[in-house]
Design a protein around this ligand. Structure first.
Ligand code: SF4
Length: 360
């Protein structure tokens, strides 16, 4: 089987080239063709010797996930459903704005963590994505959207907030992050790449040591009792441990704050007293809050908080000096909004089956 070069982070690419009798700078040359030029055809890599191109054609390929379906929302948000084999598909979403283009990518086919408000979590879990399948989403989006006139790729920011928990697929996630950051690849600033986690505390420490980028935490509740229900991994890593891990992360992070994501669920976590409880919870942690209007999905057990309630909640946090934004709803006519990414998952946990049995 041919080696997919998208599976190699920069150091591993150099090792592979050396194993095949090639100098390390050849690895960098090829990476520049793949990521800077978006090339997948070895014959087009015109500054490589013809003998090397022939060798690469024999041994290797450049293979992002293939597209099953793509859709564009009226606000320009673009969503791809990408085939990752054996009946599984993941989603990537591009959100264009005036000064940036943000790509939200997936790291797992499904998710095992079963957050109660999350459409992805309801589908169960199949497997971790490979490095090629993670970085391939960035490669594909840039390739499809095409360079701007001035020669820049449209994807300027990447958020790992799609399907899956990135820190439960840490090795492949870190390899993909290194490709996003490396100057011979996409050369993105660490501040423009954000990993979102539900709070896998030991892996937060590893990410900090191996490849620190901006950090977002799916918080969603101000106390352990409620968070145990909404984000079940909280039972393993409760809030005080999570807050301590945030502080440790910030020692090496490229930004001097953590972003707390907080989905607003009517009558569940959106009360003024809960905003005050949050202020106490995070008082040691430099942070911003991002309030997310809940995006209902079929059989969702929650309702979206009304905008008046969301603004009141924001105002309480702001009065305590915490910068708080309300996320704009983007792409919800194509189910590309936060928590709506669905893909297709061959559930190995049989969760979807169990849910179907217990739900009316
Ligand atoms: S919110 Fe994130 S961690 Fe929780 S089930 Fe959904 S994808 Fe998994």
């Amino acid at each position: 089987m041919k080696q997919n070069l998208l599976d190699f982070e920069p150091a591993a690419m150099a090792v592979w080239f050396a194993e095949h009798g090639e100098k390390p700078f050849r690895a960098k040359q090829v990476m520049r063709w793949i990521y800077k030029n978006g090339e997948s055809d070895f014959d087009a890599m015109s500054d490589l010797a013809i003998s090397l191109r022939e060798k690469l054609k024999q041994l290797a390929c450049i293979q992002p996930p293939s597209v099953i379906r793509e859709e564009t929302a009226t606000d320009g948000t673009h969503k791809w459903l990408l085939n990752v084999g054996t009946g599984n598909a993941v989603e990537a979403v591009f959100i264009p704005e005036d000064d940036r283009g943000t790509l939200c990518i997936s790291t797992q086919a499904g998710c095992a963590l079963d957050c109660s408000f999350c459409s992805t979590g309801k589908q169960g879990f199949n497997r971790n994505l490979s490095t090629a399948e993670i970085i391939g989403q960035v490669w594909w989006a840039n390739h499809e959207l095409g360079k701007h006139e001035e020669g820049n790729w449209p994807v300027t920011n990447v958020v790992l907030m799609g399907m899956g928990e990135p820190l439960l697929n840490l090795d492949n996630t870190v390899s993909a992050l290194r490709l996003m950051l490396d100057d011979h690849c996409y050369g993105l600033s660490r501040r423009r790449v954000t990993v979102s986690t539900s709070g896998v505390v030991p892996a937060m420490d590893r990410l900090r040591d191996e490849c620190p980028v901006a950090l977002a935490i799916s918080l969603h509740a101000p106390n352990d009792k409620l968070r145990n229900e909404l984000v079940p991994i909280n039972q393993k890593y409760p809030l005080q441990e999570l807050m301590a891990a945030c502080l440790r992360y910030l020692e090496k992070a490229p930004r001097d704050f953590v972003t707390f994501e907080y989905v607003m669920l009517a009558g569940v976590n959106d009360g003024v007293h809960q905003a005050r409880e949050l202020i106490n919870l995070v008082h040691d942690v430099p942070c911003k809050f991002n309030l997310i209007p809940f995006n209902p999905f079929p059989q969702a057990p929650y309702q979206r908080s009304d905008m008046e309630t969301v603004k009141r909640f924001r105002d309480v946090l702001m009065q305590a000096g915490i910068v708080t934004t309300i996320r704009k709803i983007r792409g919800d006519d194509i189910a590309a909004a936060c928590g709506q990414l669905a893909g297709q998952v061959q559930d190995k946990t049989k969760r979807a089956h169990r849910l179907a049995e217990v739900r009316p």
